[in-house]
Design a protein around this ligand. Structure first.
Ligand SMILES: [Zn+2]
Length: 277
């Protein structure tokens, strides 16, 4: 009796499958990049498909490229949904592995803190506004498709994600990579793009340049002692943009290099790959 019921059920299933509409072409998704907190994932799908990541629609280039950025504390699954023009939907979940960071606890520091005076604080707010505005750019040209390189090489003096906890108070994690290249070393664009910010004296970051690589991907280069580009200039990967310096609030010459996808800080070492010899 049970066997018969099972066969009946299978028969019903077969009928259901046979009477279903013809199978439509599935939207294709492929991934490049690094699946890790701090990583940038470059997806490829059919041109004309639309994509959402964790329920948020993302820009798809005319050749089907789209970007996904994993923040410092990204965890769990990234849920990707691709919809073809004919309505066919493909879903994929990408599991994000755990990543540990360097945490440095320093206790027993004197309570007195350096608080900027009101004028300085106003200036800091104004400059932060300029940086945030540059990070909101959602350019439709996929400059990032041409790949990335290191802007300068040298000893790494600060890595992405490390954090100091002073007297039990967590400070902002380090959101880029510090490269202790010598003063005056040439800094080049990490990828093709457009210069979206040139500032010769920011309170924290000194001489600062930002590049827009398309689809919300931005890179920032700070503490420079010379700037070799102008706002709005089109650059290619390797174009000299400035010189290593120690402008802004900094103890010695180095390049702080940051990469963001909109407001999400990424790890430049994961975006560009290992530093060349
Ligand atoms: Zn830094």
């Amino acid at each position: 009796m049970m066997v018969w019921r099972c066969l009946m059920a299978l028969g019903l299933l077969a009928v259901t499958l046979l009477s279903a509409p013809l199978v439509r072409a599935e939207p294709i998704i492929q991934f490049g990049g690094t699946v890790s907190p701090g990583g940038l994932i470059i997806g490829t799908t059919g041109p004309g498909n639309s994509v959402s990541v964790d329920g948020q629609s993302v820009r798809v280039s005319s050749t089907g490229l789209f970007l996904m950025g994993l923040g410092r504390d990204a965890a769990g699954d990234l849920r990707i949904e691709v919809t073809a023009p004919d309505g066919a939907v493909a879903r994929q979940a990408v599991n994000i592995p755990q990543r540990d960071y360097d945490i440095q606890r320093i206790d027993g520091l004197p309570k007195k803190q350096v608080t900027p005076d009101p004028d300085t604080q106003q200036r800091i707010n104004r400059e932060n506004g300029l940086i945030k505005a540059a990070r909101r750019n959602d350019g439709d040209i996929a400059y990032f498709a041409n790949g990335f390189q290191w802007p300068v090489t040298g000893p790494i003096s600060g890595i992405f994600g490390s954090q100091r906890i002073l007297n039990g108070e967590p400070r902002s994690p380090h959101n880029g990579v510090d490269i202790a290249a010598p003063e005056g070393a040439t800094i080049v664009a990490m990828g093709d793009g457009v210069v979206t910010l040139v500032h010769d004296d920011m309170f924290y970051t000194g001489m600062t340049v930002m590049l827009d690589h398309g689809h919300g991907l931005t890179s920032v280069y700070v503490h420079m002692n010379d700037i070799l580009v102008t706002d709005g200039q089109r650059v290619t990967k390797g174009t000299p943009i400035g010189k290593v310096g120690h402008t802004g609030r900094v103890t010695g010459p180095h390049l702080h290099w940051g990469v963001t996808l909109f407001a999400t800080h990424l790890d430049p070492m994961l975006v560009a790959g290992p530093m060349p010899e």
